[in-house]
Design a binder for this molecule. Sequence first.
Ligand code: NAD
Length: 720
Amino acid sequence: MHLLMIETEARPSSMIRTEDRSGVRIITLDNPPVNALSLKLCGELFPIVEAASADPSVRIVVFTGAKPGFFSGGADINDFSQSPPPDAKSIRDVIAAIDKSDKTYVAAIDGNALGGGCELALACDYRVASATSKLGLPEILLGLIPGAGGTQRLPRLLANRTKIVEYGLQGALQFMLTGQSKDAKQAKAMGLLDDVAEGPVVDAAITFAEAKIADRRPKCRISEMTVKTGALPFLSMQAHSMIPMTVAKGGQAAHALVDALEAAVDLDFKFGIAREQRIFETLALSQQSLSYRHLFFAERELSKIPGMADATATEIEKAAVVGAGTMGVGIAVNFANAKIPVSVIDINPEQVERGKKFLADMYGDQVKKKRMTEDEAKARIEGVSFVTDYAAIADSDIVVEAVFESMAVKKDVFGALDKAVKPEAILATNTSTLDIDAIAQSTSRPAQVIGTHFFAPANIMQLLEVVRGKDSSPQAIATSMKLGRTLKKKGVLSGNAFGFIGNRMFFDLSREANYLIEEGALPQQVDKAMKDFGFALGPFATFDLSGLDVFHKINLEAPSTGARQSKIADRLYELGRYGQKTGAGFYRYDPAVGKGREAIVDPAVEAIIHEESAKLGIMRRVISDEEIVARCVYALANQGAVLLGDGVALRPGDIDIVWIYGYGFPPFRGGPMWYADTVGVKTVYAQMLEWKGRHGNHWEPAPLMKAVAESGQSFATYKA
Ligand code: NAD
C-alpha cells in the first residue's frame, strides 16, 4: 500500500513528534536515552492522545520510538519516589485516554518495549515489532509489579490467545515473575505480539492496522476481554507456594503479583486496575522495593570516578592469565565468554591439564544443558590457549596474574612480565590481600599495575574489585573498569587497603561471629540466623567453603586491629579441619550426605567451643537471633564507614554492591550501608556505644558513623 504523507506537524515539544499520513497519526516518542515515560513526557503525551481521539480525520494512531533501539524503557524510576503534583499526568492517564478512544491504536516497536513501554503497547489494539525488538515487564526486579495495567492486560491477552486458558495465565505469570524480556519471535509465539515486521516497522504497523479495519476488526481492546477459568484457586495456590513463603525473604512483590493476577481473573477490568494500582503503590513504598531501587542506582554510579573525566580506556583485544589454578582458569573463562582471546601460563603441567579438563567439562555441561551449541562451546575452548613461554604473551593488552598468594612469587612474576610484555600493557594482580604498591615496585611501569580482584568461582561470581595502587594511572583504572563491564561484572573501585573493601569488612563479621559462639551461640545458630536474615550462606559455612587454612594464613598477615583474636578457628585448623575440602571444619561433611557439601553439626566442635569459652572465663548465655544479626551486620556497616572515611570506598552504594554480588548479602535489604540507613544510623550508633561499654573498644564507632549519626542524616544522603 502506498501511503502518502500529507501533513507534517512539529509540535512545540522536544519529547514527542506527530506526523499525519492519510488518516494515520504517528506519535513518535523522542526522550533519549531510553524514551522513559516520565511524568514530563506523559504530560505532553496525554493531550496529544486526546487530540488524536477528537480528530475526525484520524482513523489510526501509531506509537513508535524516535530511534531504533528503544520503543520505551518504561517509567522513570525517579518518579516513584516523588509525590507528583496533583494535575500531573502519568502513563496510567495516557493509557486510560487510549482505552476511551474509538480510534485504532497500534504500537510500532523497533527495539526495547519494557515496563511501562510494554504496558503502553498492551493498551493498543495491535502490536507490531521488528525482529530485533524485545518486550518485557521487569518491574519485579525492582521489587514492584507492573503498575500501568500490565498485570490486568497481559493475562487477559494471553489467556485469549491460547487454546488452554490456564497456559495463557501461567505464561503471563511466568513472564512477569522472571522479569526477563522475550525477543520478537518468542513474544509473537506467546501471543503478546500480533506481527513481526520485515521492513520499516511503522509502515508494517499501518499496513497491519489497515488490514484489520478492512476486516471489520478496527478495535481489539484487551480491557474488554474476559478470562474464564475454574482452575484459578489451584493455579494461584501453586504459584504462591513456588515463591519464598515469607515476605521477609524478598518475595513481597512476587506474592503481590500473584494477587494482582488473581484480580485480573476474578474482577471486572476497572476493579482489577484499581487493585493493581493499590498493590503497586504499597510496593513502591516498601523497604524491599526501595532497596532494589537503591541497588539499581548504585550500579549505575559505579563507573563514575572523580578525577577520571579525561581518562580513556584502552581496548582489550588480547589477554593473558598467569596461573592455571582455581582462579586463573575461571578468569580465563571470562575472557573466552567475552570472545577475547586469552593465553594461560602455568609452571606446573598438571595444573595445565586440570585447567583443560575444567574447560572441557564446564563447556560440555553448558552444551548438555542446551545453553550453548557445540560450535559455540568449541569456539570458546579454542579461545583459551595454554602456553609455556612469556614470549607468547608479549602482545597482550592485559595480563592478569593469579599465582600463589605469596609476595615473593608475585614479585618474581611481575618482574618477568615487565620484561616480556609490551610496555603499554596493563599488568593486573588477582591478589586477595597483598599490597598492590609493593607488587608494582617490582616493575618499571607502576602506573600500569593494578589489582583486579575476582571472586571464586571466577566464572560465575559477578563482583570484580578494581584496586588502584598509589601509582595506578587513570587510563589503567578506566581500562580495568571497562574490562569489568565487558566481562559482565560489577566493577567496584577500591583503594589499596588490606583486604580491600569486601574482605576487610568480612574480617569484622568473622570477629563478631566467633565472639558470638564464645559467648553462648553455636555455629549452626549463627548461620541459621544469618540465613533467615537473607544471607545466601552463614559465616561458618563460608569459612568451611573457602577453607580454614586460607583464613589462617590471611590472619597471620593481617594488620592487628587491637581486637582479641578468637582461638576456635585456629584449634580446628591445627586438627587439620580445613572445611569441606578435608571433610570437617566448623561442621562435619560426609560424602554420602549432599555430595559431601551438606553441613552436619559436630559435637566435637561444640566441645572445643565450650572449652574456649571456659578458658576466657565467659559464662555462656542464650543469645537471640536478633542480637546475632545486629552484631554481624552493624560490624559490617562500621567497617564500611571506616573505609568510606579513609577514601578506600568511594560511595556507600559501592560497598553495598560489593556485599550483594560478592558475599551473598540479601539484595532486598540493599546492602550493609543501606541496611544501616533503614535501621537508622543514630540507632546503630547508640547500640554500638552500648556494646562498646559491654564488649570492648572494637565497638568504637568509626568517625564517619559518629558524624552521620550526630547529623541525623543517612549514609546515602550524608553531606558534611
Ligand atoms: P591455586 O593454588 O589454585 O593456583 C595458583 C596457580 O599458580 C597454580 O596452578 C600454580 O602452579 C601457579 N603458579 C605458581 N607460581 C607460578 C609462576 N611463577 N608462574 C606461573 N604459574 C605459577 O590458587 P588460587 O586459589 O587460584 O589463587 C590464585 C590467586 O588468586 C591468589 O593470589 C589468591 O589469593 C587469589 N584469590 C583466590 C581466591 C580463591 O577463593 N581461591 C579468591 C580471590 C582471589
